[in-house]
Structure formats: structure tokens, C-alpha cells
Design a protein around this ligand. Structure first.
Ligand SMILES: Cc1ncc(COP(=O)(O)O)c(C=O)c1O
Length: 402
């Protein structure tokens, strides 16, 4: 059950059986996140990764305020992409120097708000850099920035690949030297660089190769304008398995590979770099479940459908409509029949009026009746906040951090 306890046939989270959580959630569909599992992930990374590596949490993965607060206490920084996320992050960590604001389109107001708050801005274009400098002049404050580089390499087998081509994200690697030459240190406080090469990768060797390429790319930039200590924010790319064909990432191998990269650097290079790995999904994805209930069993032309009171308006990604190549079903269980061995093949669907609203096809589950609990695992990241909640105007799901 993917790290969750079970008791007398019930799935538990944070020691509580599902029915108790359902009562807490007002017997509506809900997400529940296990704070112990989140802390466990952070602790594992701290134990395995080289001690100099910092960790930052990407709030976009799951912006639930209590969860951001929790992460804010145990990681080194928070990565935000909107003013609302910035507010969340600041109330979680207080110290604005721990917050980085990124995103391809930043309005004047957003840049101004982020700079006034004292966050570091990830600059994604020349015009963003010019605007940041202008706002800095008006605020009588030097903007703290990192330049986001659109890498000149791409990494295979990523759920989302970035780099190696034209992109709305970051400054093309080949243009960065020219921009560095124009950075006026009296107007802009350049702290370092930001590279996001991809997301949801489960191949340790490819991930390590990407880290090596990112670090080499940064070290090969002309040293003149770069700061003496270079902050390098690298998208971690660390993925989690969603389907039964995918295997858990070998995180020990990633950590060993990163250690070897640092050891291979010249001492002068090593001491200049302060590396932060940004992660959203890997820190919280495994720790969340989505729970809805069977409203009706229905047989159509020999095929059994479990029609639930949930749907893709709550959890778009589990329906396969969030851009991830759908390779199979998310892991699903009947949360009050965990010990039942007898299985039947069903389709699990939501209640929206579209055939896209489908959580699982041809999945073997214990026989479920109206009222039974459908649990979708691996639902802690890019789930509730990445779903079209307004579509068909059903109630929104509750969220519990247990
Ligand atoms: C700039 C940036 N950093 C970090 C992340 C988090 O990625 P993940 O949740 O896969 O770790 C994203 C996700 O899109 C991103 O755009």
C-alpha cells in the first residue's frame, strides 16, 4: 500500500482509518497528506545527498498552506511562481532570502511585489532583466537575481522535457555570455543561475548526467560577471512511479552520482558553487492520497463501471489529462476492502459529463459497492491545484494534512 499502514481492512493515514478522515472531510471527496512521509523524504535526501547541497520545495507541486508551512520548516528554500505562492512562502519561512520567484511571464506588479518582499528573482529574458533593474531604481533597491538558462541539451525519459530547443523558459544558453557582459553590478545583484532541464525522471543515470551537464554549463560561462559564490538552482527532475510498469527511482544512485560530480570538480570550482536542488513531486507526491466514494456500480455491455463522486475536476492528472503520457492507471485501491483477495476487472470513472473523466481502465479491484472508498495513491503533487475545479460546479475536495 505504498508506505501506508492498514488496519482491519482499512487503509490508514497518519494512524487514522479512512472512515475517520472521511468524517473530518465532511464525507466529501478529499485529499489527505501524510506529514510523516513528507518529513521522511526530506530526511532521506538530507542523509544521502552531499551535505553542501541545499533543498528547495516548489510550491506549485502542492500549495496547501499547512503543507507549505511544514515544508518551509524542513527545507532550505521555497520556489514560487505567483504572488499568491509568494505570500504562502513568506508566511511559511519569514526570511525572504529563502524564496525564489520564477516563471516565464512576470508582470511589472509581480516583479515589484517580489522585489519589495526581498525574494530572489529568476530572470527568464533580457526584458525581465531590464524591468527588474528599472523597478530596483524606483524602489532604491538592487534586485537579487539568478539568470534562468534554457539549456542547450535535453534529457531523455523525462515526463516533461525542457531544454535543447526553443522555449518560453529561460535565456538560451548561447545568449547568456552576451547578457552577462551587460549586467551592471551597481544595478543588479547577480547571485547565480537557474536551470530546469525536466521533470518526472525515474532513471538515476540520466538524472546524474543532467546534473553534470548543468554544472559544467554554468562553470563554462565567462567568469567576469559571475559572482564569487555562484548559486546554482537545478530542477531536480526526481520522479515517482505512477503506474505498475514504473519502478521507484534509485535515489542512492543519484546521490552517489552527485557526490562523484562534486569530487571531480577542481577545488576552486567546488568552493565557488552553492547548489540547490528544486523538487516538488518527489517531496510530496508519494505522501498524498485522493479519496472519493462509489456512487453506483453500472454494467454497460458487459463492462463494469464504478461511478464515483469524484472526478478529473478534483484530480486531472489521475485521469491522464494533465500532459503526462498516460502509460497506465494510477495505483488505486478500495480503501475499506484492503484485505479482500477476490478481484474483478472494472473501469473507475468520475461523475463529469465527459468520457475523459476516467481514473482507471481494466483495473482489478475487490468488488466495490455504493459507499465504498476509492483511493488513488501518488496524489500529493500536481493534483488538486492542477485540476479544473470549476468545471460542472460540483463541490471542491477538502484537504487534510495528517
Ligand atoms: C522552475 C521549476 N522548478 C521546479 C519544478 C518542480 O518540478 P518537480 O515537481 O518535478 O520536482 C518545476 C515544475 O514545473 C519548475 O517549473
Amino acid at each position: 500500500m505504498r508506505g501506508f499502514e492498514t488496519r482491519r481492512g482499512w487503509l490508514c493515514i497518519g494512524g487514522m482509518e479512512l472512515w475517520r478522515l472521511a468524517e473530518l472531510a465532511g464525507n466529501q471527496p478529499f485529499f489527505a497528506y501524510d506529514r510523516g512521509m513528507i518529513a521522511g523524504r526530506v530526511n532521506t535526501l538530507r542523509r544521502l545527498l552531499p551535505p553542501s547541497i541545499r533543498l528547495s520545495y516548489s510550491v506549485k507541486a502542492n500549495p496547501m498552506p499547512a503543507l507549505v508551512q511544514r515544508l518551509g520548516n524542513i527545507v532550505d528554500g521555497l520556489d514560487v511562481s505567483s504572488v499568491e505562492e509568494l505570500r504562502q512562502a513568506l508566511s511559511a519561512v519569514g526570511d525572504p532570502s529563502r524564496v525564489q520567484f520564477s516563471g516565464p511571464g512576470k508582470s511589472w506588479e509581480e516583479l515589484r511585489g517580489a522585489m519589495a518582499a526581498g525574494a530572489t528573482i529568476s530572470i527568464e529574458s533580457c526584458s525581465q532583466l531590464r524591468r527588474a533593474a528599472e523597478i530596483g531604481r524606483a524602489l532604491r533597491q538592487k534586485p537579487q537575481v539568478v539568470l534562468r538558462v534554457n539549456p542547450d541539451f535535453s534529457v531523455g525519459r523525462s515526463g516533461m522535457r525542457m531544454g535543447g530547443g526553443a522555449a518560453q523558459f529561460g535565456i538560451d544558453a548561447e545568449e547568456v555570455p552576451g547578457i552577462l557582459a551587460q549586467v551592471d553590478p551597481d544595478r543588479v545583484d547577480l547571485r547565480g543561475f537557474h536551470v530546469f532541464w525536466g521533470s518526472q525522471n525515474l532513471d538515476a543515470e540520466l538524472i546524474v548526467g543532467a546534473y553534470r551537464d548543468c554544472i559544467r554549463m554554468i562553470l563554462d560561462l565567462p567568469a567576469r560577471a559571475a559572482p564569487s559564490t555562484i548559486d546554482v538552482h537545478i530542477g531536480s527532475g526526481l520522479g515517482i512511479p505512477y503506474t505498475d510498469r514504473q519502478r521507484e527511482l534509485d535515489i542512492e544512485r543519484v546521490a552517489r552520482g552527485l557526490m562523484a560530480i562534486l569530487q571531480d570538480l577542481l577545488p576552486g570550482e567546488r568552493s565557488r558553487l552553492q547548489i540547490t536542488l528544486e523538487s516538488g513531486r518527489y517531496l510530496v507526491g508519494h505522501a498524498g492520497i485522493y479519496v472519493c466514494r462509489v456512487l453506483e456500480r453500472k454494467v454497460s455491455r458487459g463492462k463494469t463501471f464504478l461511478i464515483t463522486d469524484g472526478g478529473m475536476h478534483h484530480h486531472l492528472a489521475a485521469s491522464g489529462n494533465f500532459g503526462r503520457a498516460q502509460l497506465g492507471n494510477y495505483p488505486i485501491a478500495i480503501g475499506n476492502k484492503i484485505d479482500d483477495d477476490e478481484r474483478e476487472e472494472v473501469a473507475v470513472v468520475g461523475r463529469l459529463c465527459t468520457p475523459l473523466d476516467r481514473f482507471a481502465e481494466r483495473i482489478a479491484l475487490p468488488r466495490a459497492e455504493a459507499g465504498d472508498f476509492v483511493v488513488i495513491f501518488q496524489s500529493g503533487a500536481y493534483a488538486r491545484s492542477a485540476s479544473p475545479a470549476g468545471f460542472i460546479s460540483h463541490p471542491q475536495p477538502r484537504e487534510l494534512l495528517i
